[in-house]
Write a protein that binds this ligand. Sequence first.
Ligand code: NDP
Length: 434
Amino acid sequence: MAESKTAHSPLVTYFSMISLLTLCPPFVILLWYTMVHSDGSILKTLDYLRQHGMKGFVEIWPRPTATAWKIIAAYAAFEAILQLLLPGKIVRGPISPAGNQPVYKANGMAAYAVTLITYLCLWWFGIFNPLVVYDHLGEIFSALIFGSLVFCIFLYIKGHLAPSSTDSGSCGNIIIDFYWGMELYPRIGKHFDIKVFTNCRFGMMSWAVLAVTYCIKQYEENGTVTDSMLVNTILMLVYVTKFFWWEAGYWNTMDIAHDRAGFYICWGCLVWVPSIYTSPGMYLVNHPVNLGTQLALSILVAGILCIYINYDCDRQRQEFRRTNGKCQVWGKAPSKIVASHTTTSGETKTSLLLTSGWWGLSRHFHYVPEILGAFFWTVPALFNHFLPYFYVIFLTILLFDRAKRDDDRCRSKYGKYWKLYCEKVPNRIIPGVY
Ligand code: NDP
């Protein structure tokens, strides 16, 4: 049984799954409704619900229409074709717990550029207006909620009947299997990697596409784009560009290398990312805040700096591992721990743990600029409403939980070597504080 299975007890799984199924879909719809139809005001939406009750809630839940399905199908097919056909360097992922090493084609940056250029050209030449996406947003989210459920059932069945590698298997509990996933690296055929598609090419790509959509919507409505919207869109695009620039590095992270493809992660990438991660921009469409050049530029520079530091943390760790510690970290030879561990097949392997540079400040310092970056692309909304800040708050909780989850996993993987790292670098996230 691989580590993703042992990490979650049945009770945590049931609780997590029930919350995700019952609370998150209505939340996605209510957030969209509040942003688009309720002036971004939670109080206004609550007032509506108080007056109209459950019937009112059912009425505001958009039904997935044919237009919504067509938009999703066209987008998904386009991204799948780009993933399969665009050229890219062949890269190898980390060796899995069962000893497999997935091979990828690193064409994310090309797919990202082609997607955005195509989308802007479709708009500019009057072939497809992004306003159609904005005007059907509720229906699209609704279709994604149902569609992703069906997709995860497919993953579950595939995991049982046709797993792509030995990094798969059942833990004997159908709910845990469905929720946390059966396969670590599911593929269709030899080349179409499902997690690259859901996490990167559908989820992360939709973030950029929707950020641009919100900007275009404001432009088409008002004939101009406010500086707040510009700062928000530029920062979100810089972030997503950074992501695709570093996509092959992402294939070494927990999402890909440790978490199996199940409902938890797929739902997050297919529904939560497009709806919640993009929400500060969704809010700004109907709230054209003017910040003034100085404030707008200050926020922009601070945001870009945070995104850069976050990138540099990931780059530093990756470069350190790639060169087997034979690199410079902040101008010096890195300090490190040589940590040995045993794989599920009983082999003893060693990994290097970096204990200087960003990774010497705290064990998950990279989450600090990640959270601050999100704050800076939200703050152009100023402080009239709470809802635009939901993503930053959610992200903070997610990353604090993730840091704990990762520490627990590393402790059980590296034992005394991890203890040594914790002694050398005592703080988990915020240097000197936590
Ligand atoms: P990473 O996978 O990048 O880092 C954790 C892993 O790195 C550990 O599991 C361990 O893996 C290895 N490791 C830990 N400490 C060290 C060390 N000192 N030296 C070398 N290797 C070490 O973490 P994440 O996947 O959480 O983050 C990747 C990026 O994604 C970050 O930029 C993060 O901010 C971002 N992110 C964004 C989210 C969002 O929703 N916006 C959510 C999550 C992440 P091993 O087993 O190989 O030793």
